[in-house]
Write a protein that binds this ligand. Structure first.
Ligand code: DGY
Length: 327
C-alpha cells in the first residue's frame, strides 16, 4: 500500500503532483479557509505524512490520532503550532522551511519599518480620501530611518538579514538574543545588549524572535513605556510575543509613536480590533514570506522533507534533530 499524505491547504498542482506520483494524496479543498480540527484528526488517523500550515494546531491530540504518522512538514520556519516534544517522543519527524524565506521576510520587515516610520499607509489613505489641500511644511512628517538605532530582538537568520539591510541605511544596529553572535557582530557591525538597553535606546524595535515559553508576552505595556516616545515597534515573528492591549495603550497614550504589525495574537484579526482603528498602525495579514518565489520554495521544501522522511533519509530541514530514520 502506498503511504498516505494529507495536505491541509489547497496547493498548486506542480507541488501536489510530485507527491501524487509516489503516494496516495488527499488535500483540503480551500486556499484561504483553514481545515477544521475534526477533519485534521480524521486525516491524521490515516496519514503517514501531514503537510501543515502555521494556522493548524498540530497538538498532542492530532499527533496521537496518527499511529502511522512519520512526518509533519510545516510550511513555515516557525513551528510553535506543532507539539515538537510529543512528536519527538513518538518518533515523528517535524520539518520546517528555514533559509528559503529569510530574504523575503527581511524585505517585508524592513518595508514595515519604512511604512510605519514614514507614515506611508496613512499618507496613502490621506490622498485617496481627497484630504490633500496643499504641500505643507510638516504634512504627515514621520521618523527618519537612516542613521537611527535599530534594535533587533531575536538575531536569527532573518534578524541578520534585517541588520544587513540596515547597513545600507547607515543605521546603528543593536540586538538582544538568547546567545551572543560574535561572528555576526563583526560581519554586520551589530552590538549585543541587554533587553532593557535594547528597548530603551532603539528608535526602531524589531521583534523577530520565535514564540517560546521564554518569549511569550515579552512586550507588555511596562516594556513599551520604557521605549522612546518616538520609537516605532515592528513585529514580524508571532503575535504571541506581544500583549496587544499593552501595545494599544502605549500607542494611544503616546508612549511609542507607531507600530508595524505583520502578526497578531489571534489570526485572522478582526477588522473591528481597536489596534486596526489607529492611524499609526500599519497592519499586514502575516505575509512576511509571501512573495511568489518564496512561497513556492517553501512548498517545495515541504515536499522534499516528506519524500526524504518517507524514503528513510534525513530531511533537509529537520526541527527535532534527535530524530533518526527507522529501518
Ligand atoms: C514563518 O515561516 O514562520 C512565517 O511566519 C510564515 O511566513
Amino acid at each position: 500500500m502506498k503511504p498516505y499524505i494529507f495536505i491541509t491547504r489547497k496547493l498548486p498542482n506542480d507541488i501536489v503532483d510530485q507527491l501524487s506520483l509516489r503516494y496516495e494524496v488527499s488535500m483540503w479543498g480551500y486556499e484561504d479557509i483553514a481545515v477544521p480540527k475534526e477533519r485534521l484528526l480524521q486525516e491524521a488517523a490515516k496519514a503517514n505524512a501531514l503537510l501543515t500550515m502555521l494556522s493548524e494546531q498540530v497538538s498532542e491530540e492530532v499527533l496521537s490520532a496518527g499511529p502511522n504518522l512519520k512526518v509533519v512538514a510545516n510550511m513555515a520556519v516557525g513551528y510553535d503550532n506543532v507539539d515538537v516534544n510529543t512528536a519527538a517522543k513518538k518518533g515523528i519527524a517535524v520539518c520546517n522551511t528555514p533559509d528559503v524565506l529569510t530574504d523575503s521576510t527581511a524585505d517585508l520587515t524592513f518595508g514595515l519599518m519604512l511604512a510605519a516610520g514614514r507614515r506611508m499607509v496613512e499618507s496613502s489613505e490621506y490622498i485617496k480620501q481627497n484630504k490633500w489641500q496643499s504641500w505643507s511644511p510638516m504634512l504627515l512628517a514621520g521618523q527618519d530611518i537612516h542613521h537611527k538605532t535599530l534594535g533587533i530582538f531575536g538575531m536569527g537568520k532573518i534578524g541578520e538579514a534585517v541588520a544587513q539591510r540596515a547597513k545600507g541605511f547607515n543605521m546603528k544596529v543593536i540586538y538582544h538574543n538568547r546567545t551572543r553572535k560574535t561572528e555576526q557582530e563583526q560581519r554586520l557591525g551589530a552590538k549585543f545588549c541587554s533587553f532593557t538597553e535594547l528597548i530603551q535606546s532603539a528608535d526602531f524595535v524589531v521583534c523577530l524572535a520565535p514564540l517560546t515559553d521564554e518569549t511569550r508576552k515579552a512586550f507588555t505595556y511596562e516594556i513599551f513605556k520604557q521605549m522612546k516616545n518616538t520609537a516605532v515597534f515592528i513585529n514580524a515573528s508571532r503575535g504571541g510575543l506581544v500583549d496587544e492591549q499593552g501595545l494599544l495603550t502605549a500607542l494611544q497614550t503616546g508612549e511609542i509613536t507607531a507600530a508595524g504589525l505583520d502578526v497578531f495574537e489571534r489570526e485572522p484579526i478582526s477588522a473591528d480590533h481597536p489596534l486596526l482603528k489607529l492611524p499609526n498602525v500599519v497592519a499586514l495579514p502575516h505575509i512576511g514570506s509571501s512573495s511568489r518565489e518564496t512561497r513556492m520554495a517553501m512548498m517545495q521544501l515541504c515536499v522534499d522533507n516528506i519524500i526524504a522522511v518517507l524514503s528513510g533519509e534525513k530531511p533537509p530541514a529537520l526541527v527535532n534533530q534527535d530524530w533518526k530514520p527507522k529501518n
